[in-house]
Design a protein around this ligand. Sequence first.
Ligand code: PMP
Length: 389
Amino acid sequence: MASHKLTVQPPKIMDRPYKPTIFCGPGPADMWPSVNEALNRQLICNMCDEFFNVIDDIRAGIQYLFQTKSKLVLAMSGSGHAGMEAVICNLVAPGETLLIAKRGMWDIRADIVARRYGIKTVLKEIPLTQTFSLDDLESTIKKVRPTALFITHGDSSNGTIQNIEGLGKICHKYGVLLLVDTVVSIAAEPFLMDEWEVDAVYSAAQKAVSGPAGIAPVAFSALAESKINNRKHEPPFYFDIKELALQWNCYGNTRKYHHTVSAPMLWALRCCLKEIANETLQKSWERHATVNKYFNKRLQELPVQFLVPKPEDRLSTVTTVALPKGYDYMEFIKYMREKHGILIFGGIGPTVGKTLRIGIMGVNSSFQTVDKVVDALANTLKVLKKSSL
Ligand code: PMP
């Protein structure tokens, strides 16, 4: 209304030209072409039949993705952090202890998140280019006797993959819950929630799932579910899995409003899960392993050093390599983007200034992408050599 004087004038919001770029960092990755179409579908209201059809499809897709028959499976509104936060705050009460297997950035983040909820944390640390032996973890569990153990499956900050098989059994021997981050590993690395006795797992849509950031699949085992149902503490309402389970119809016939879930995110995640189901997990795991093997072989043509010494510890989605002495990481990344249209990243947290992080995952996991990236790396190494000496 004209009588109300505005103190802030309308901004000039302009579309700027945006150079097409291949997303080959540690995430986000490029999206399936079908996801772009899915994002344009009509909106759905959170209380109509179509909403319940879509979330049922998504829950079935997530059960397949994590390989679980658990009922308590849904997607958090938010990025991977929403999954991390939900898993921690629903399962570990203030004053209880969370043991964190620390080898990279996401374990540091879990520590920060947990402490904000008044959870006591104990960190078991190893060098960031290595992975944990299950025997070592068992000795620490025996000593610390935590409520839960947090561990990262694929670590995008250092490019390692942690063996989880067998860890659930160890945790359960001591009455400990196993919480796993699979943000950058799911759909690319084998992961069997039920068989490996994982109690809570979260992921995100924008990595090997090849969707947009903003929706995070989570799943809880029967043991985790009973802890949630019998707990005395109240997690934040937005992250409360008990409430969300009713909205996501986890037990059937509970059409309860909790919050407005973004319809484009639902369509997009449903589409990603359909693509993964069509390809099948085994084929997707195989594709990532084969393409990564080829990438590692081609990287050996270049004067770069793998950050992770043992090939069996190297993650298939994110590869970490150090540049020869004298190169400037920021300049290198900028040149890759501006001259070659390829987005790669430098280190994060403990790996800042130590590595390039190159992600070849999801829809980008192909021999063609590897060739493009390696050729661009070779050219950038050559062009920037003079300025580095
Ligand atoms: N865990 C891992 C292994 C990740 O790679 C990331 C994102 N880079 C996260 C957690 C956090 O996810 P988000 O940025 O989607 O919140």
